[in-house]
Design a protein around this ligand. Structure first.
Ligand SMILES: *Cc1c(COP(=O)(O)O)cnc(C)c1O
Length: 460
């Protein structure tokens, strides 16, 4: 039967949603139904279907926020109708966005945090596109100013997140992703000379490499670019992809110099919805100074009333995540962020040590000095199972843990990575560890003969 309007039906039918006549039907899946249905029933049906999704709190493959305070949920509900782009109609939301940019610029030691320029985005991906576009425009203008020809622009990076591959393809830039050599997990300063030339629009250093959680050495990379400028005259800007590290390093590695304290760092992006602790849907990009963001990229839109400059790939966009970001800044302060991130780091390090003791894994990243994460590979002699089998097995208990090969040229090394985020307590990590031990015991008694498990996780 079909789901249809309940008009005129006896309302006693709703003594129980699951016993109503409308709920004994299957939902139409790929065509809109002809008739309307009762919202209570449809709500239940849709909500119940979502039970089949993984449990986000047990998703240790993601970097993104999966736990928020009730006040954040309330603010999200309060602002469900706020369109971020209507800056004239919602001037306080616009003001709050601007305050967040200043707070973040200050956090990243912008030399002129009060004059800084930056904006919110839907996430680090959009932020990376904007950062990349600014570099491309600046490079072209410089070449033209010098009366030089512009060849095909290129961007030099280490093992980057897929957003930079997208940027390169969508905006017609050659991506020069430097392969990993030996035991390296990121780009090395000594690599740069070979890959940079007069058409290099910039170098992207990643603070919190997706594959392992390590930081690329921003200060050393900047120094090498200084040397390249001395030797060749090429002045190549550095962009830091701090999608995760941008909200970790300022709090728990304050001595690490990676941000605007380095003259060559011209722009930085981060995900508010990762360690910024905001709900999904917000990122940030900040430029060192107005000169680093070519004005041609900024649009002044007057048909919204007022004349607000915007730089974005989107137009309409929800404002709640930005408001929640501001709430978090005020609510937690530096002390709160520091405590939360340190607790995550401590748990990651504890878990790394415990996993190490099992004698079956080699740690690739032990949770020390960079993101609150652990990455490890199987010791060479282990043959009863592979890491994909382990991911599969542990999933029967609801845990989602990513296994995948390292990027080129280390594709032969398969690693597993566990992200520790706000809401992953020590106790929860201990329960996970027990399940990992049980899975290993299981494989010892039942070795996998013909493994069909494969990489299915996406990085994020
Ligand atoms: C997650 C991530 C991105 C993409 O960020 P989104 O906010 O998911 O768009 C880019 N770079 C790095 C290093 C990341 O970890």
């Amino acid at each position: 039967m079909s789901l249809h309007a309940v008009k005129g039906k006896n309302s006693s039918e709703f003594i129980d949603i699951y016993a109503s006549t409308d709920s004994d039907a299957k939902l139409p899946k790929y065509k809109m139904p002809d008739d309307s249905s009762d919202p209570r029933i449809i709500y239940s049906v849709v909500r119940d279907e979502l039970l089949l999704d993984g449990n986000s709190r047990q998703n240790l493959a993601t970097f993104c926020t999966t736990w928020v305070e009730d006040e954040v949920k309330q603010l999200m509900t309060d602002s469900v109708d706020k369109n971020m782009i209507d800056k004239d109609e919602y001037p306080q939301t616009a003001e709050i966005e601007s305050r967040c940019v200043h707070i973040i610029a200050d956090l990243w030691n912008s030399p002129q945090a009060q004059e800084t320029i930056g904006c919110s985005t839907t996430g680090s991906s959009e932020a990376a596109m904007l950062g990349g576009l600014a570099m491309k425009w600046r490079w072209r203008k410089n070449r033209e100013k010098q009366g030089k020809e512009t060849g095909k622009p290129n961007l030099v990076t280490g093992p980057v997140q897929v957003c930079w591959e997208k940027f390169a393809r969508y905006f017609d830039v050659e991506l020069r992703q430097i392969p990993l050599e030996g035991d390296a997990l990121g780009m090395q300063p000594s690599d740069l000379r070979k890959y940079c030339d007069e058409n290099t629009i910039g170098v992207v250093a990643t603070l919190g490499v997706t594959f392992t959680g390590i930081y690329e050495p921003v200060a050393e990379l900047a120094k090498e670019l200084d040397a390249i400028q001395r030797d060749t005259g090429l002045d190549i800007p550095l962009h830091v992809d701090g999608a995760s590290g941008g909200f970790i390093a300022p709090f728990i590695q304050p001595e690490l110099v990676w941000d605007f304290r380095i003259e060559r760092v011209k722009s930085i992006n981060s995900s508010g919805h990762k360690y910024g602790l905001s709900p999904l849907g917000v990122g940030w990009v900040v430029w060192r100074s107005k000169e680093d963001l070519p004005e041609e990229l900024v649009f002044n839109v007057d048909y919204l009333g007022g004349n607000m400059p915007t730089f974005a790939l989107n137009f309409s966009r929800p404002g709640g995540q930005i408001i929640a970001q501001y709430y978090n800044f005020l609510r937690l302060g530096r002390a709160g962020y520091t405590k939360i991130q340190q607790a995550c780091a401590d748990t990651a390090q504890w878990l790394a040590d415990e996993l190490n003791k099992l004698g079956i894994f080699d740690l690739v990243y032990d949770g020390r000095g960079a993101l609150p994460a652990v990455a490890y590979k199987l010791k060479p002699g282990v043959t009863q199972f592979n890491l994909y089998d382990l991911s599969d097995r542990i999933r029967t208990r609801g845990w989602l843990i990513a296994s995948y090969p390292l990027p080129a040229d280390r594709e032969k090394t398969v690693v597993q990575r566990i992200m520790i985020r706000h809401g992953v307590s020590r106790d929860l990590a201990a329960l996970l560890l027990d399940d990992i031990k049980r899975a290993i015991d299981h494989f010892r008694q039942n070795p996998v003969v013909n493994s069909t498990a494969k990489a299915t996780f996406h990085h994020g």
